[in-house]
Design a protein around this ligand. Structure first.
Ligand SMILES: *Cc1c(COP(=O)(O)O)cnc(C)c1O
Length: 222
């Protein structure tokens, strides 16, 4: 078995039933993705539009591509219709653009709303209150070609387990608040949280989609 296949299986062995794995393959060559694919992996996460578009035609059609990076609006049109999910919709402006472009292209785009809970200034995402206000006001009912599937978040980049747990709990609480405030919202059931170093903590707080890169593919070259 290849190194990637054995690392992938080691990760899968730690996932409870009902938790899906996004293998984060950004910056790794298609050969690495192929090894994971041959070992059975079907969901891959990429964070750059050009990289995703370059890899896609070289790999089998039944891969479900998740876009997980900050999406620049000038590149949006290129990936509409090419992903199973955009996990990183991080502003109302981007959400509206995804919806408009999807309607224009005649497709429905599945998205997660990215929430900012980490301490770092640099991370993108909705503030929890901002998102709760939008959802409570029913703004999502005007979406024409977008299916809101849940929330995505990153925890603070720290060794402080209490802090990480608090970040994940805040996202889980927000999801519950949204579901309560929006009884007509269906299928808002994905909670994408947890990366190589903290996914077990995320799962303990309710994550059902984990995004794991370096533990499977090794370190990335930046
Ligand atoms: C790179 C990345 C990951 C994977 O990180 P690892 O620490 O390599 O597991 C997960 N989520 C997002 C949004 C990323 O950009």
């Amino acid at each position: 078995m290849s190194t990637i296949a054995s690392r992938l299986n080691a990760v899968l062995d730690t996932l409870p039933a009902g938790v899906e794995l996004v293998a984060v393959s950004k910056f790794h060559p298609v050969e690495a993705l192929r090894e994971a694919y041959d070992a059975g992996q079907r969901i891959f996460g990429e964070s750059r539009v050009q990289e995703l578009l370059a890899k896609q035609p070289q790999l089998p059609d039944d891969i479900r591509w998740h876009f997980i990076g900050h999406l620049q609006t000038n590149k949006l049109r290129q990936i509409i219709g090419r992903t199973a999910m955009i996990e990183s919709v991080d502003s109302l402006r981007l959400l509206q653009m995804v919806d408009d472009e999807s309607a224009r292209a005649g497709v429905v785009t599945r998205v997660l709303l990215q929430v900012h809970v980490a301490q770092e200034q640099t991370k993108f995402g909705f503030l929890p209150q901002e998102l709760l206000d939008y959802m409570t006001a029913g703004g999502y009912r005007n979406l024409k070609a977008t299916h809101l599937c849940g929330l995505m978040a990153m925890a603070s980049n720290t060794d402080d387990v209490d802090r990480i747990n608090a970040d994940f709990q805040a996202v889980a609480d927000l999801r519950n608040q949204i579901i309560t405030a929006c009884p007509d919202l269906t299928g808002f059931d994905r909670l994408s949280m947890g990366m190589s170093d903290d996914y077990l903590l995320a799962i303990a707080r309710g994550a059902n989609l984990v995004r794991i890169g370096s533990t499977i593919f090794g370190q990335r070259e930046y």
